[in-house]
Write a protein that binds this ligand. Structure first.
Ligand code: SF4
Length: 471
């Protein structure tokens, strides 16, 4: 192993239990409002607005732009010392006025940063005052949806999921007499790439079923070129679609760890609107994609569409072709909990042991989510919640992984170990095409599978003294 770079050389001394360290060095998670902004970008005509300091918006913009390589506007209430002391009411109202005047949005998505959360800003009261005062002055204002996102309590994935829940809770209307015609199934895919969102829509179309994706940033964060700058890119789930979700034929919510949460967008639709809820893993690999197929088979009463059957058969054939390269290999998987869970289950399916599954979140549900769905991994893996790269590094020597799977954040560690890094999740900002990385469905799994096999073959060639050209 090469010498590790300085910021990894001396793990931060940590107290607390090994599972829940009290401090972290380069954690496997990002800022919670970042997830909120990403989810808001998937709602048509929506401007994300951070109630807090300008720096938070700048940091999040930089991360989203480097991953998606698209312009990302995020407004801020621009806290100063005054607002930190006396409260941010004036700044928030001023920011909402500016956003309304400059963007004419259909919706403003308001997320609270660490600072405004620590101050205990009463957001329902501040937003209520704004709308009441505007109405009294005869001013039309776009609706607002607020999500509480203190970053010291959560991860970017939790910020994303909480925002989807807040959108559905605020906007989905329960069925009413005379307005009971069912609307398309609601597909709540979690934090996936724009290419995977498009693939999910195609997957449903193969079953001849439309779906409402919530959220849908497949165009807003992976669009074409513009001749003139557009303040709000076209695309996204419309507010009308969100209002109709209460009459959805079914709701399909992806995320095995999320499935253990008490309150989600899916549980809200099930409880308030009696929409049947299916809670599945991210459809990566045969088992988890078959589970999604089963839902559509039940829903449509159709056999598996030929196109999907062929994609599945090709994937099985690839598994057979490559088993000799994969059997018994060891991987470290890190990132957001639901991605780690579904990747681990997929790796078990192809014969790779995910010896360390490390996530930034601390739901307490990750290990169960993996082992319930891949019981063959029992006693063969370590699952670490609230993990960071110092934590992972501590286990590297003993685990001797053949590859790492996760975001670009693992690059330094992969380089020091001289093992391949298969990039997925968020952020991927040292390669082009993060927004087109596919993981989902039989077709997405095929792409991931080929990338993993080829990364291992490439490493084998690179380390060979002979340099085999025929492997
Ligand atoms: S202060 Fe909190 S909200 Fe702002 S960028 Fe940092 S982690 Fe995110």
């Amino acid at each position: 192993m090469k010498a590790l770079p300085p910021d990894h050389a001396h793990p931060t001394p940590r107290g607390g239990t090994p599972e829940f360290p009290s401090a972290s060095t380069n954690p496997c998670k990002l800022c919670t409002p970042l997830g909120a902004c990403l989810a808001f970008k998937g709602i048509a005509g929506t401007v994300p607005l951070l109630h807090g300091s300008q720096g938070c918006a700048t940091y999040i913009r930089r991360y989203l732009i480097s991953h998606f390589r698209e312009p990302v506007d995020i407004a801020s209430s621009n806290f100063s010392e005054d607002s930190a002391v006396f409260g941010g009411r004036r700044n928030l109202h001023h920011a909402l006025d500016n956003v309304g005047r400059q963007y004419h949005p259909d919706l403003v998505g308001v997320a609270t940063t660490c600072l405004s959360e620590t101050m205990g800003e009463n957001m329902p009261m501040l937003l209520g005052e704004y709308h009441r005062e505007s109405a009294a002055d005869g001013l039309a204002r776009p609706p607002t949806v607020h999500v509480s996102t203190p970053s010291y309590k959560g991860t970017h994935a939790e910020g994303f999921n909480d925002t989807v829940r807040a959108l559905v809770e605020s906007l989905a209307l329960p069925p009413r007499a005379g307005l009971n015609a069912p609307t398309p199934p609601a597909l709540l895919p979690g934090m996936v790439s724009p290419a995977d969102l498009r693939h999910l829509r195609d997957f449903a179309a193969a079953w001849q079923s439309p779906v409402t994706l919530v959220p849908d940033y497949s165009e807003t964060l992976d669009g074409g070129t513009w001749s003139d700058y557009e303040r709000m890119p076209t695309g996204g789930t419309t507010v009308t679609d969100l209002r109709a979700l209460g009459r959805a034929a079914v709701a399909i919510e992806c995320g095995l760890v999320l499935a253990g949460a008490k309150a989600t967008a899916g549980t809200h639709l099930a409880r308030r609107c009696e929409v049947p809820l299916h809670r599945l893993g991210l459809p990566i690999g045969l088992r988890q994609t078959d589970a999604l197929s089963d839902v559509f088979a039940d829903l449509t009463g159709r056999p598996t569409p030929l196109r999907l059957a062929h994609e599945r058969a090709r994937l099985v054939d690839a598994y057979v072709d490559a088993h000799k390269y994969l059997s018994g290999r060891k991987a470290i998987v890190y990132g957001e909990e639901d991605l780690v869970a579904s990747l681990a289950i997929f790796l078990a399916e192809i014969g790779i042991v995910p010896v360390l599954c490390a996530a930034g979140g601390r739901s307490g549900r990750l290990e169960k989510a993996i082992l319930t769905n891949a019981p063959e991994l029992a006693n063969r893996i370590e699952v670490r919640e609230g993990s960071d790269f110092a934590d992972i590094e501590e286990r590297i020597t003993a685990l001797k992984p053949d590859l790492l799977i996760g975001s670009s954040k693992g690059y330094k560690l992969a380089r020091a170990l001289d093992v391949p890094l298969v990039r997925c999740g968020f952020p991927v900002h040292d390669r082009l095409g993060a927004q087109r990385i596919q993981l989902l469905g039989y077709a997405g799994t095929q792409q991931l599978f080929d990338r993993i096999v080829n990364a291992l073959l490439e490493a084998k060639q690179a380390h060979s003294e002979i340099g085999y050209s025929y492997l």
